[in-house]
Design a protein around this ligand. Structure first.
Ligand code: SF4
Length: 344
């Protein structure tokens, strides 16, 4: 169990543009680059614009090679975190082992070039998760939510069953892997559904202490279905942030993707309880219709509101004590370079 004594406490650093006397609160982000091992996915979630239907003759026809991965990594030298975000191959499929071998190879490649992999590739067997956990200082899987609205969206997505997702979070806890999860908000769920989901996450955290962050992700559909986050939806999401801060143990960071939220209202979300903006790459491969904000404008906006934007690694400091020595050492080395990486 992570004790509060070993966890990071929000800094109260000085805001550069605000004069020596004024101190401000801290919100973190992770300089990140995304690798997509494959977009082929045996699930078909009702909202997904990332997935490609897998080619039955070769579901890994689009698999990312090491050569292609190196090219992507070279284009973003400032990214300490390599987010491996993949479509899923069904458990039991004859292609599963080749797909999993790609995840391992890309994780090793990320480490070999001095970065930290963070894999989010759907449910994994105990053996698969343990193997990736030796290479990834942190991993992730969204809970997404519970209730009829999610059931409807996930009718064609067997790996999104609630019991499967909770089992994965439990398994990561047993393995001691620092973990990111989150809720997809605004798909038609009720406030009670949101609270029940947050309470389940709080129970998991009390049992295992491995949930380093919970993403509160507004659902932002694409194309013709694109929805504005109007005042009513923003208000409801702010209420959920406040509820999440009350329900989840204090050490769990609350994350909001800044490209999915009106920037001018970001300070309100921070006041409500958000303290992390997650991995920020040049593009959001899951939500390409919503451009990422530049770091400099983001920094200025937050400084004006009394917040300091600070870069972090994919694993928060309080959880690094859990890592194998090799990964812990890698974190120490990268942590020294973070201030420079965060300027990019
Ligand atoms: S599991 Fe992920 S990639 Fe697959 S369809 Fe659902 S959201 Fe898309």
């Amino acid at each position: 169990m992570v004790t509060s004594g070993s966890l990071s406490v929000p800094d109260r650093g000085r805001c550069g543009g605000l004069g020596a006397a004024r101190r401000c609160r801290t919100v973190t982000w992770s300089p990140s680059v995304t690798l997509v091992p494959s977009r082929g996915c045996f699930n078909a979630c009702g909202y997904c614009s990332f997935r490609r239907p897998p080619d039955p003759g070769d579901p890994l026809a689009d698999a990312l090679s090491d050569h292609e991965a190196r090219q992507v990594l070279r284009q973003r030298p400032q990214a300490a975190e390599v987010l491996l975000l993949s479509g899923e191959v069904a458990p039991g499929s004859p292609w599963r082992s080749a797909w999993f071998a790609r995840l391992l190879a890309l994780s090793r490649l990320a480490l070999a070039v001095g970065r930290l992999p963070h894999t989010n590739a759907g449910p994994l067997s105990l053996r698969e998760m343990a193997a990736l956990g030796r290479l990834n200082p942190s991993m992730g899987l969204m809970l997404e939510g519970l209730g009829p609205a999610y059931d409807a969206l996930h009718r064609q997505a067997p790996s999104k069953r609630l019991a499967t997702r909770l089992g994965q979070l439990e398994q990561a806890g047993r393995l001691g892997i620092p973990f990111t999860t989150g809720l997809l908000l605004g798909v038609g769920e009720t406030h009670a559904d949101r609270r029940r989901a947050l309470k389940l996450l709080a129970e998991l955290q009390r049992r295992w202490g491995h949930l380093q962050e919970v993403i509160l992700q507004p659902w932002r559909p694409h194309g013709e279905r694109a929805l504005l986050l109007d005042d009513r939806r923003c208000g409801e999401l702010l209420e959920t942030i406040v509820a999440a801060r009350r329900i989840l143990p204090a050490e769990v960071h609350l994350q909001l993707p800044p490209n999915l939220w009106p920037l001018e209202r970001l300070p309100q979300a921070l006041e409500a309880g958000i303290d992390d903006l997650g991995g920020i790459d040049v593009h959001d491969v899951i939500n390409p219709a919503y451009p990422q904000p530049g770091i400099e404008p983001l920094q200025s906006l937050l400084e004006r509101a009394g917040w300091q934007l600070r870069p972090r690694l994919c694993v928060h400091p309080g959880w690094q004590v859990r890592l194998p020595p090799v990964l812990r050492r890698r974190c120490e080395i990268l942590a020294e370079r973070l201030p420079a990486l965060g300027q990019a």
